[in-house]
Design a protein around this ligand. Sequence first.
Ligand code: E4P
Length: 216
Amino acid sequence: MKFFVDTADVAAIRDLHATGLVDGVTTNPSLVGKSGRDFREVIVEICEVTDGPVSAEVIATDEAGMLEQGRALAALAPNVVVKLPLTLDGLKACRKLTSEGTRTNVTLCFSANQALLAAKAGASYISPFIGRLDDINIDGMELIQDIRTIYDNYGFETEVLAASIRSANHVKECALIGADVVTAPPDVIRSLAGHVLTDKGLKAFLADAEKAGIKV
Ligand code: E4P
């Protein structure tokens, strides 16, 4: 399973990239807006930190505008993945960009049928949003399972990129289902390494080592 970090915070990306555990980055207009920085400048900087896929999202809503913005974003670096909203225009733009050899991430997916269309449009990644479904009392994980089943039924190569991840438990559930990728905020990725018994055990080992005068 691949891990993408879901942020436009370049320092956090650099920090996690150094662990060797992160395979790519996803951003969205809200995350880049929070950084207060120039959009293209941030994407270029992220692409300098990692050569893994970096999703950069268009803000046009019509096909022509999405194509223009998508081509400009793809020209920024070879590892840019153009992120498009799951609308009919977004799907049309997806098909065209895919035929031009540009990788695409179709985002804001909230149903299995939307995911089916994205796969037919040739998307490299589909981003179903788990947390936002959970927020309205719909089981986001069920959507991941449905998409996995449908893609496997037909041999679609579109990768299931589980998004809107809010907890370590979301990551575990996605791994059990077989999502290809999870994209999660830096804190969630860091939290995967933590366990209260690891901390407690380490503290005891170090205390015993000191008591016994152990030198390594
Ligand atoms: C994914 O690509 C999105 O940027 C992200 O996962 C959305 O997460 P949120 O619902 O926590 O904003």
